[in-house]
Design a binder for this molecule. Structure first.
Ligand SMILES: Cc1cc2nc3c(=O)[nH]c(=O)nc-3n(C[C@H](O)[C@H](O)[C@H](O)COP(=O)(O)O)c2cc1C
Length: 164
């Protein structure tokens, strides 16, 4: 099986729920990204500051994490959709590791609540400078609106990763 890192950011747990499930299923390594200055997670500020940061293409400083690209064949990125884009901590990670990431296989999953996942996917592909992901999973709030159907989608995604 390919050696897999699951690199994710999650503000309110939905992406983390999927990241943990995927990492466990493919015996992957979880790498959680945490901004040094966390975004506000309540009320109007939550959408304003996070949305603005995503639109501006910010690359916030991250708490230390351990990632040695040599140990992995594949990176699975997990992110919420923010303002129809992927989240700024992922942007920082990719920017900081761009050279080390070259030649890796990429898969990803997006959690969102209404729209913009297709745009976020395009933006992430463009930022990674790749044609496509080897596997992709997109769904609405898989923890806050948990369902058997969504859990099955996670399982299918893991199966696809395991087959490769
Ligand atoms: C700053 C901000 C911007 C968001 N923008 C969008 C958006 O453009 N489209 C959408 O469908 N959901 C949007 N959402 C909702 C989240 O993508 C969604 O609730 C996701 O499941 C949260 O993942 P998490 O629990 O891992 O943080 C936004 C949430 C925040 C905090």
């Amino acid at each position: 099986m390919k050696r897999t890192a699951v690199v994710y950011y999650s503000m309110s747990g939905n992406t983390e729920y999927v990241a943990k499930t995927v990492a466990e299923s493919v015996s992957g390594t979880l790498i959680k990204l945490t901004p040094k200055k966390e975004y506000p997670s309540k009320g109007f500020s939550k959408f304003f500051w996070g949305g603005k940061s995503a639109v501006m293409g910010d690359t916030p400083a991250l708490e230390d994490y351990s990632f040695d690209a040599e140990n992995f064949d594949r990176i699975v990125f997990g992110t919420p959709v923010w303002a129809s884009s992927f989240t700024p901590p992922l942007r920082t990670f990719i920017k900081d590791n761009r050279e080390a990431l070259s030649g890796k296989e990429f898969a990803c999953f997006f959690c969102f609540s209404g729209g913009g996942a297709d745009k976020a996917e395009e933006k992430l592909k463009k930022f990674l400078e790749i044609g496509d992901f080897s596997a992709i999973l997109v769904f609405v709030d898989p923890l806050a609106k948990k369902s058997a159907e969504k859990d099955e989608k996670i399982e299918e995604f893991c199966k696809k990763l395991a087959e490769e």
